[in-house]
Design a protein around this ligand. Structure first.
Ligand code: FAD
Ligand code: 2HG
Ligand code: ZN
Length: 478
């Protein structure tokens, strides 16, 4: 288990589930959607990394907003703690119970409710799987404004609740810009607008975007999608040093700006890991280098866009910024390039124990922390750096044979202090979950956290929504 999660104690003020509760839930949801089956609970109690494990005895599967509202009212009256769960792909232990919290999974709420082909606004239920939405939109000639490696399992409600970033943020911005509204519960708050502009008071939906299930359950989402453009190109390039990576980023923004749709990087340790642990993957460029970059462009002028990317690559080669590079010839080759970048998380999982950090840092500092940590850990672990370079987001991953206190002691608080010193964020896109709830002060001032705690108390006075997550436990001792 993880060291920080195992130091938490169950709050005695929460009730324990009894048979009367189970009958009440069955009355609300019907027998079938009140899950007590041990095997299904084992899966739902365990996170994607198999690092965090709860001991919930019950999972509830509501079919609509009204049912969610009834369950939450019941839990609130009984002071039963709950954990909202989506696709359970979160990487900070936020989506599984810490103790015996009732799991509420909105996976049955998976209908598209409306799509407007003029505005591109999609309205759907929170349990829709991201990839299914993308497939639906494809038939209409549109794309989702976000894309991530977990698309086959993660829910749009989970994406909104974590304010997931991913591979397209550089182009379409964060969900704070694209999600038009969410409906959250306890009391049903209907914020499901489809307007692009609406300045009538505080925009409360933003509180729910990225709140990780601590303020309410998102049941519906309305999101601005983008027209699917005809020309998508992808370059995979190799670079000798980190300084060149930075220069390529600056050049790419300058020369490809209006068509740039992704700028991702990985170091050679990450590449090695993927080559060793995933089947059918090979290095697209002939040479082994210290860094690899993926540059994707999306535009509407097929000849011009491709020539532009080719010219960019050529110029970068001439300038010596790039030592080798290829442009994908077709969709299959493009997906094989993406497989390398998107497969790192899976490869890490196969390689052993993973210590995962998700940092925002000034771009020029990003690789310094990787080098510093490598020096610090020496032979004890394999340190990998990769991520969304175009957004200043480093995924710092440390792979070792097992989880042990010695290693944790060398990594934390070192990584958090380093990040804080450079005014970075200790969670760029994955959230705080249970892993970093107590570390929030490395990135937020006490005054800010105090206001967050007041908002939490206002919307969830009994603290039943996803306890032990997001905010420090010390703030909610009673
Ligand atoms: P879960 O994991 O089930 O839940 C995540 C959090 O949201 C929990 O705190 C949970 O309580 C809460 N929650 C879920 N649904 C609801 C709801 N309906 N209402 C209220 N709260 C809810 N993340 C990125 O940002 N960018 C990436 O590029 C990225 N790539 C990934 C690649 C892989 C291979 C994997 C395994 C994960 C990746 N992630 C990434 C992390 C994860 O996929 C995202 O955080 C995703 O948004 C979580 O969605 P989910 O439906 O699985 O939510
Ligand atoms: C990604 O960008 C995800 O691949 C996962 O955010 C990162 O596993 C990680 O650290
Ligand atoms: Zn990421």
């Amino acid at each position: 288990g993880s060291s920080s999660a195992s130091q938490i104690e169950r709050k005695p003020l929460f009730s324990s589930l009894d048979s009367k509760d189970v009958s009440s839930f069955k009355e609300i949801l019907g027998d079938k959607n009140v899950v007590e089956d041990e095997e299904r609970l084992e899966t739902a109690n365990t996170d994607w990394m198999k690092k965090y494990k709860g001991s919930s005895k019950l999972m509830l599967l509501p079919k609509n907003t009204e049912e969610v509202s009834q369950i939450l009212q019941y839990c609130d009256s009984r002071r039963l703690a709950v954990v909202p769960q989506g696709g359970n792909t979160g990487l900070v232990g936020g989506s599984v119970p810490v103790f015996d919290e009732v799991i509420i999974n909105v996976g049955l709420m998976n209908k598209v409710l409306a799509f407007d082909e003029v505005s591109g606004v999609l309205v759907c239920e929170a349990g829709c799987i991201l990839e299914n939405l993308a497939t639906f939109l494809d038939t209409k000639g549109f794309i989702m404004p976000l894309d991530l490696g977990a698309k086959g399992s993660c829910h749009i409600g989970g994406n909104v609740s974590t304010n997931a970033g991913g591979l397209r943020l550089i182009r379409y911005g964060s969900l704070h810009g694209t999600v038009l509204a969410v409906t959250a519960n306890g009391n049903v708050l209907d914020m499901l607008g489809t307007l692009r502009k609406d300045n009538t008071g505080y925009d409360l939906k933003h509180l729910f975007i990225g709140s990780e299930g601590s303020l309410g359950i998102v049941t519906k989402v309305s999101i601005l999608t983008q027209p699917k453009l005809s020309s998508v190109n992808l370059a995979f390039i190799a670079c000798k040093d980190y300084l060149s990576c930075q220069k390529i980023l600056v050049e790419a923004k300058k020369n490809l700006g209006e068509i740039l749709s992704a700028f991702e990087f990985l170091d050679n340790n990450s590449m090695d890991l993927v080559l060793n642990h995933l089947d059918g993957v090979r290095n697209p460029v002939s040479s082994t280098e210290n860094f690899y970059i993926l540059i994707e462009t999306t535009g509407s002028d097929e000849t011009n866009d491709r020539e532009k990317l080719e010219a960019f690559l050529l110029k970068s080669l001439e300038k010596g910024l790039v030592s080798d590079g290829v442009i994908a010839q077709d969709i299959n080759q493009a997906s094989s390039f993406w497989r390398i970048r998107e497969g790192i998380t899976e490869a890490l999982q196969k390689a052993g124990a993973v210590y995962k950090y998700d940092l925002s840092l000034p771009v020029e500092e990003i690789y310094n922390i990787v080098n510093d940590l490598r020096r610090r850990l020496g032979e004890l672990a394999n340190v990998m750096g990769y991520g969304h370079l175009g957004d200043g987001n480093l995924h710092l991953n440390i792979s070792a044979a097992d989880y042990n206190d010695k290693l944790i002691g060398l990594i934390e608080p070192y990584v958090y202090e380093w990040t804080s010193k450079h005014r970075g964020s200790i969670s760029a896109e994955h959230g705080l979950g249970v892993m970093k709830a107590n570390e929030i002060f490395y990135s937020k001032s006490p005054e800010t956290v105090a206001i967050m705690a007041s908002i939490k108390k206002l919307l969830d006075p009994k603290g039943i929504l996803n306890p032990y997550k997001v905010l420090p436990h010390s703030l909610f001792s009673h």
